[in-house]
Design a protein around this ligand. Sequence first.
Ligand SMILES: [Zn+2]
Length: 288
Amino acid sequence: MSKMLDRIKAFQNRATEQGATPAYSGQKEDIFYDFAEGTPNRIRLVGTWVTLRSHWIGPSKFSAVKLFKDSAFTGDNPIKKNICCADFDSQTEMPVAGENRECVVCRLHAAANDILFQSGKDLDKEQTDFLNGIAKAAKFRERIFFLCIDRDHPEILPGKKGFKVVEFPKPLFEKFTDLAGQYNDFEFYDEADGCDLLVTKRPKPGQQKGFDYSIAVATAGRGFAFTPLTAEEKAYEKPDIRKIFGKKPDQAALLDALTEDCRELVDIGNAPQGDPAAKDAGAGEVPF
Ligand SMILES: [Zn+2]
């Protein structure tokens, strides 16, 4: 979740605590769900999940490798630190076909891997570390989203309930599919037959970052807490996850924002196959 959204949320929470009603009609709905740490979060998933691909391209304190100039993230026209991968079709949830690929970050990833694959043995340690770092930093990340009803805090505006968008980090999604598997691929998110789930998020013990998740079916008496959507819930407006998170960034702006080394790397990766200079540099199309 971005810092800005965090700030908006803090602002809205404050308003709610004070019992304030929206002071102006332009108040933004808070539809982004966050798992609270420690206690079980009760949610009702609604509809199957949406998969998207993204790249985290901001500076990282865990990696020395920089893909983009620091200055690109500030100023009048900053680029975003978390961007949608342009080489993934969010409607079909399939990678874009070869000739239509345009994602600068994926090109960087492919170019680094390509050189490592073809000339790895001729490179010194510094060059190898650099290329490995680029390949790692430029790899796309798969993101999984659901719509849900937040049973603990169902309001998206003071006095207005609605669906929220919840992201399932990979470890949680794996536990979710395991859980569904235990019950014969039960569709917990089915509008008529689904039920509430309890998700617990805890910091990974002894580690600087990352969380452990557990997920369980909410129970009522001796069985599942089945919660067919009520008429009111069915009438909630459905946020369009693909529209919210699937906006593709301006690739020309991204090219401009690359560090000098990375720009050079993309150019090497772009050189036509027959170009002898490209051959020398070990470039060519390598699937990633
Ligand atoms: Zn990409």
